[in-house]
Design a protein around this ligand. Sequence first.
Ligand code: SF4
Length: 376
Amino acid sequence: MNEHQLTLTERMRILSQGTKYDSCNQSAVCHAFGPDGRCIQLYKTLLTNSCAGECAYCPNRSERDTVRASLTPEEIVKITWSFYRKNVIEGLFLSSGIRGDAEKTAEQQLEVVRLLRGQEFTGYIHVRVMPGTPKYLLEEIAENANKFGVNAETTSSVNYSEICPNFDYNNDILTRLKWTRDLIKKQRHKAGYNGRIVGANDTQFIVGATGEPDREIISTVNKFMNKYALRRPYFMSFDPVPDTPLQNGIPSPKWRENRLYQASFLMKDYGVKASDFDVIFNDDGFLADDDPKMRLAHEHPEIFPIDINTAARYELLMVPGIGPISANRIMHARPIVSEQELTRMGVIISRARPFIEINGSKQTNLYSFQAMETGS
Ligand code: SF4
């Protein structure tokens, strides 16, 4: 079917579905997290699903026979306002196929952002920038968007060239991650900074499209956190698309994506290092379908139980069922005298109990708990 025969609604549907490999899902609404951790609903669309690229997993790759559609910047602005005024969304997530080249595409994305901000749109704008976007356009995006970043997709230039043959990992991705880091830093230090940039660098990995094990993904995330101030990696499970070079590939289970998210939160918020996971990888470097924090705790019986009233914050954070917020509450409320108090602070006591004691009183011995778990 010719694009000109499509209605606006049909184009909107095609372009929301075309975001299959862009952070979260294929529906017209996706989620982001604000600075306070609150979930924000965004209208999610591509500018176009026409693309000059030939990424091996992508439904929009140039050689694939599929219906192509586009929205003009003016149409996206109108749709965004319409959803926004009805309180269906709080902002826009804008990605695109590469029409022409990265510069022309980023210019069109920027046009959407300019129009919205020019119309006093104060909602959230997340721009997924194209590999190879020029620096001067990134600079203007940084002035106006809340969040922007380029997808790394995988862990190395060798893997990347296998699945994204048109782009260069070092130049088109890593250099852009570095620029994004620097631009966000600059925005935050500007006089009169209005808090608009709320996110740090973000990127996405497609899990399972190449053979890289979790060990490699976790190590890369850790490297990106240190080097590019990456705060939130997104993980998308590989799911083969018909009529692509990877159509016969094996889909990656959703749980793997979830375990990688958990591992990334442990590195970001709990002080866990990439090398700490070594004890819970299998021989091939993969995580099990099990809570990585619980696995780590079981691998370190020498540390537990810890006393809730004397443990350092980093020790509290190692206890399953205790997160950064509940750890802070414990530190401020000491002395703690009962499990009920911990529950009120947000501790999941059924998970924490085998690993803690309160003023020298163990609730359950860790070793007996392990015996219970293993049936030994
Ligand atoms: S650049 Fe690659 S991943 Fe992005 S739309 Fe084009 S083919 Fe798909």
